[in-house]
Design a protein around this ligand. Structure first.
Ligand SMILES: Nc1nc2c(c(=O)[nH]1)N[C@H]1C(S)=C(S)[C@@H](COP(=O)(O)OP(=O)(O)OC[C@H]3O[C@@H](n4cnc5c(=O)[nH]c(N)nc54)[C@H](O)[C@@H]3O)O[C@H]1N2
Ligand SMILES: Nc1nc2c(c(=O)[nH]1)N[C@H]1C(S)=C(S)[C@@H](COP(=O)(O)OP(=O)(O)OC[C@H]3O[C@@H](n4cnc5c(=O)[nH]c(N)nc54)[C@H](O)[C@@H]3O)O[C@H]1N2
Ligand code: SF4
Ligand SMILES: [Mo]
Length: 722
């Protein structure tokens, strides 16, 4: 039983970032007394970071929501669950009757994305209303990879990752593992494994506008102008082809479209792109030489690239390089993920957004048009919205328009563990579970996509009983459906279940499903086959699965219609027609300052500022990080206040001179600007500003095809604040 009075230590895994480290949590009287890294965990082997180790500060936060709240005359007042469910259910029923399912939408935030059950339950809920508008942080984060995987490899979940423990050369573009622990790869203690590359005689390059904490630890830093990665990749491919270092036999056997791909790269010589990348041609050639000479090499890029204006094309050219050079599906190159659980079959036609006809990626709508979907009248206008474990007001582009949009909703329900900035606009706030309060299996990226150098599977029971009246989100959705008269997931057996543990237990008795639920149940039955709940319970350190072997992908598991890797998808070729225009824009913008993002050790997107330990000292604000050469002419010194603006929108932040920034690039971390957060008693006393107030949203700001918000490489004006 979770939450018993007696002191006990229980093993679990952290659900804050993709490393998913094993933890040993000691509790007494349903409170965390201590959290230690689990030294016996099969994948993390005793690694954990400050956020996992101090989770207690958040699960027992004084501002923790313990009862439903309803807004009455502008104030939030506590109500009981029966009233909350009945009232919200009635409103959903009425909005559905008047406008249909397309008027109901949801935003599913990042923290809960690591838990498989509530996220699945939300999709059941939306389906019960025939609602298809699901917004997620994906389009602030990685949707270019989903869109690229779809085109090159056959599905959004078809992704590759560096064979990190065997590679002889890693070119890491737009990532900072010391701080972030990376993305699209589950890599606890990433630096130890990256440092090992050099220790075994290999090499590491970091392509990044900023000389990061990671670049200081190991390898060589290759400074690049923000958002210029596409031209770096094109010149890299150009050089690989110019040297005829293409593995023609492999290409002929397993890939389509090489000639068209080569045509795309032809104009982009290392000399030509130098003007926009700032990477000298000789330096780029040296990297190509190292890549080609290595016995297994991997090009990897991450969020710094994804959030640029061309993330999908960068992904395309990068994976094409890995493929044609023979490094895809090769020891030490990149391996195609293989999850422990079956993948959801691709549905038929890709839906497209009402606003600007943007294709959904991985079944989600770009968050960059969330405000437009709410504010634009017409059939399909969003009138009711559920926001689960998200803080879009601080984390999505265009905060000012989003505030207006949330204010215009007929029904806005936030489910969270605290009352965040977004929840100020809610009609109802419902207390959900902290991850320590739920049973779980590893989330989508690992259970299903399998992006794990150490392939493993874990199950955890809940460690704590829910705080106060906090309730499992899946149960909330089931009850809301019942109150609104909609069939949850369309089948009775599911309606009696309320969490992943119950689902695993009930598995043998459940039959007759379709679509999504069939996928979820087959996934769970596979989990059960991995040992069944009781066996998984006996393996609190996780179970190791057969490692991902090279040679098991090409010609065997490629999911495209042709069964071959598509090197020249038609819509990407069409996009490539505009490369000259993109290049010309970069040349024009050469003297402008460009904004990039920056993550920090004690910050996790928007949620980690409501505990004293995380915001002490100079950590109580974000800063403008700027090179002294850019600060000087603007009369900015350390500690001054700068005004940073895009168009007519400006924010004010304190200045930190930073020699690590490439001149011409400035960084402002996101997730700040809590001053008006009534529900966050610590965070509201922090300083800093919300950078997403100046990052534009709307259809024109998105990368076409992937819907990614353009957050990196935005041209900004910086001046001394008056
Ligand atoms: N400008 C700019 N914007 C960005 C980014 C950037 O680099 N620059 N990064 C983007 C990225 S990559 C991401 S993923 C998004 C993330 O942005 P969001 O999806 O909005 O998520 P968070 O801000 O991490 O957290 C949202 C809420 O989750 C709640 N929460 C935390 N832990 C738990 C839990 O255990 N249970 C429940 N139920 N709730 C919990 C918190 O209280 C918080 O209110 O931000 C994006 N926004
Ligand atoms: N401490 C901490 N850890 C986190 C998070 C957090 O907020 N705090 N967030 C988590 C989440 S949600 C995610 S998605 C992951 C992300 O983890 P990563 O994918 O590793 O991304 P970041 O740490 O944001 O690092 C992005 C890097 O890209 C660089 N960059 C910016 N613009 C460009 C560009 O145009 N080109 C190139 N080549 N580089 C560029 C930045 O300088 C930065 O060093 O981190 C996770 N881990
Ligand atoms: S690295 Fe990520 S998964 Fe590991 S303890 Fe820290 S936040 Fe949790
Ligand atoms: Mo993210």
């Amino acid at each position: 039983m979770p939450g018993t009075a007696a002191r006990k230590t229980q093993k679990t895994f952290c659900r804050i970032c993709e490393a998913q480290c094993g933890l040993a949590v000691t509790t007494e009287n349903n409170r965390v007394v201590a959290i230690e890294p689990n030294t016996d965990h099969v994948a993390s082997k005793g690694y954990a970071c400050i956020k996992g180790l101090r989770m207690g500060d958040f699960v027992h936060n004084p501002d923790r929501l313990t009862t439903p709240l309803k807004k009455v005359d502008g104030q939030f007042v506590p109500i009981d669950w029966d009233q909350a469910i009945a009232e919200i259910g009635a409103k959903l029923r009425a909005i559905h009757a008047r406008h249909g399912g397309s008027a109901i939408a949801a935003y599913m935030g990042n923290p809960i994305g690591f838990s498989l059950w509530p996220t699945t339950a939300l999709t059941f809920f939306l389906r019960a209303f025939g609602a298809d508008k699901l917004f997620t942080p994906g389009t602030q984060d990685c949707a270019n990879k989903f869109a690229g995987g779809e085109r090159l490899f056959g599905g959004p979940g078809d992704q590759v990752f560096p064979d990190i423990d065997h590679t002889q050369l890693l070119i890491a573009v737009g990532t900072n593992p010391v701080i972030s622990k990376m993305s699209f790869i589950s890599l606890p203690h990433p630096m130890r494994r990256i440092e090992a590359i050099e220790a075994r005689g290999g090499k590491v390059y970091w392509v990044n506008p900023r000389r990061t904490e990671s670049a200081k630890r190991v390898g060589e830093h290759v400074p690049i102008r923000p958002d210029a990665d596409l031209f770096f990749m094109l010149a890299f491919l150009n050089e690989v082809i110019a040297r005829d270092a293409v593995d023609h036999a492999r290409v002929a056997q397993y890939m389509n479209g090489f000639d068209a791909l080569a045509d795309v790269a032809r104009p982009w010589t290392p000399e030509r792109v130098e003007a926009v990348t700032a990477i000298p041609a000789a330096r780029l050639r040296e990297m190509v030489s190292a890549y080609l000479a290595a016995d297994g090499a991997a090009l990897y890029s991450s969020t710094g690239v994804n959030q640029g204006s061309q993330g999908l094309l960068v992904y395309w050219i990068q994976e094409a390089i890995n493929a044609v050079s023979g490094n895809l599906d090769r020891r030490g190159g990149v391996l195609a993920g293989k999850g422990a659980l079956p993948r959801q079959a691709q549905a038929g036609e890709t839906p497209r957004s009402r606003i600007n006809d943007i294709p959904y990626v991985n079944s989600t709508v770009p968050a960059g048009i969330l405000a437009d979907e709410i504010l634009t009248p017409g059939s399909g206008q969003v009138r009711a919205m559920i926001n689960m474990s998200g803080n879009p007001l601080l984390t999505c582009a265009g905060s000012t328009r989003l505030a207006e949009a949330f204010g215009a909703l007929e029904l806005f329900v936030c489910i969270d563990i605290v009352r965040n900035e977004t929840a100020a606009y809610a009609d109802y706030i419902l207390p959900g579970l902290h991850s320590l309060e739920r049973a779980d299996i590893p989330f989508y990226f690992f259970s299903i996509m399998g992006l794990m150098p150490t392939r493993s599977f874990s199950y955890t029971d809940a460690v704590l009983a829910p705080a106060g009246d906090a309730r499992d989100e899946g149960l909330i959705y089931r009850q809301l459906c019942r109150a609104a008269g909609r069939p949850f997931a369309g089948q009775r057996a599911v309606q009696s279940l309320s969490n992943v543990a119950q689902m695993l237990d009930a598995l043998p008795g459940i039959g007759g499903r379709s679509g999504l639920d069939r996928w979820f149940f087959s996934l769970l039955s596979r989990a059960a086959k991995l040992g069944g709940l009781n066996k998984l319970r006996k393996a609190p350190d996780g179970v190791l699965l057969q490692p991902n072997e090279p040679g098991d992908y090409l010609g065997k598991r490629v999911q495209t219609a042709s069964g071959r890797v598509e090197l020249a998808p038609p819509d990407l070729l069409a996009r490539a027609q505009s490369l000259e225009a993109v290049f010309a824009r970069h040349l024009e913008e050469r003297d402008s300052l460009k904004l990039i993002q920056k993550r920090e050790r004690y910050t996790h997107n928007s949620w980690a500022h409501n505990a004293e330990a995380f915001v002490q000292g100079g950590r109580d604000t974000n800063y403008l990080y700027i090179h002294p050469d850019d600060a000087g002419p603007r009369a900015l010194g350390d500690g001054d206040t700068a005004s940073v603006s895009v168009g007519g929108n400006a924010i004010q932040v304190p200045v930190r001179l930073d020699e690590n920034m490439l001149p011409g690039s400035v960084a402002v971390p996101h997730g700040w600007g809590h001053q008006r957060a009534d529900g966050l008693s610590v965070a509201r006393h922090t300083r800093g500003a919300n950078v997403n107030e100046i990052i534009p949203d709307g259809p024109q700001s998105l990368e076409p095809l992937s819907g990614m918000s353009h957050m990196n490489g935005v041209v900004v004006q910086v001046s001394r604040a008056s």
